[in-house]
Design a protein around this ligand. Structure first.
Ligand code: ZN
Length: 278
């Protein structure tokens, strides 16, 4: 971890471009050019109208027309009935997620005796998380530690991935930590995100939760104050690079799966065992 703020070097405007709504390509059923007997033709027209109506209802699902992120967040956090029909994500319904690869683009973070650096472990995990969430249909930004896009960043959530020291501390220095951004507009959402991450990550990796070493670097993480307050954010230290070195470097897919499962738990409003957050 150990993030100290760099001196500002440039005043880039945030490269924040809100997604432009695309016009809906509602596929229209083709009308037959061939002439048909009268009553058959009437029947065919009725069927065509029915198909067109069905297409329009699929192309404009309820809620997809409201592009405000707050609307989408409240929709997301309202338990939704299971949908029978899978609707292909459109430009308007795709949710944006930010994943910060800790130290990336800034410094190495912790450096182990074999030369392994924290930044390479973080970037590997963050890239796997990005790929998995993208495969699920989300728009995922892979962000540097001090990415200019973090200023006013708007997304359904942001997770920063870090790891703890390579140095042997004691036999208890194993496990992961999660801290939420309490500067987010809705602290309940931040608590839910950390609860989901904590529960699903522990299940996937078998690593213990290690709350004792949550530092100010985590609770006062710089990005928490840079992003838009509408963005729910958390930071996870996925393990200690000493005692957890094996799982972090040889089973990164399992580690990434744990993070992804935590994010999906939050996005889908899945149940989490109610454990008090530190
Ligand atoms: Zn770090």
């Amino acid at each position: 971890m150990d993030i100290s703020r760099p001196t500002p070097t440039s005043s880039h405007p945030p490269a924040q471009t809100p997604p432009q709504p695309r016009s809906q390509p509602a596929s229209r059923p083709r009308t037959q050019a061939r002439s048909r007997p009268g009553n058959l033709r009437i029947l065919q027209n009725a069927v065509s109208v029915a198909i067109l109506m069905a297409t329009l209802f699929v192309a404009f699902p309820a809620g997809a027309l409201s592009t405000g992120i707050t609307d989408r967040l409240s929709l997301m956090l309202t338990p939704q009935p299971a949908q029978d029909v899978q609707v292909a994500p459109t430009e308007q319904t795709v949710l944006r997620i930010g994943i910060v690869a800790g130290h990336w683009g800034y410094d190495s973070g912790a450096v182990c005796t074999d030369g392994t650096t924290e930044v390479e472990v973080n970037l590997n995990l963050a890239t796997l998380v990005q790929q998995k969430l993208t495969a699920f249909g989300y728009k995922v930004d892979l962000l540097e530690e001090f990415d200019s896009r973090l200023q006013g960043y708007q997304a359904v959530l942001l997770v920063s991935i870090h790891n703890d020291s390579c140095t042997y501390i004691n036999d208890q220095a194993t496990g992961f930590k999660v801290a939420a951004s309490m500067s987010s507009r809705d602290p309940n959402r931040a608590s839910r995100l950390t609860a989901c991450l904590r529960d699903r990550y522990a299940q996937a990796t078998g690593l213990p939760f290690h709350p004792g070493s949550i530092t100010v670097d985590m609770t006062q993480y710089h990005s928490f104050n840079e992003i838009d307050p509408v963005t729910t954010a958390a930071i996870i230290e996925t393990g200690f690079m000493n005692l957890d070195f094996a799982i972090l470097t040889r089973e990164p897919v399992r580690v990434a799966d744990g993070i992804v499962a935590g994010i999906i738990c939050y996005l889908n409003n899945e149940n989490v065992a109610s454990t008090p957050m530190p």
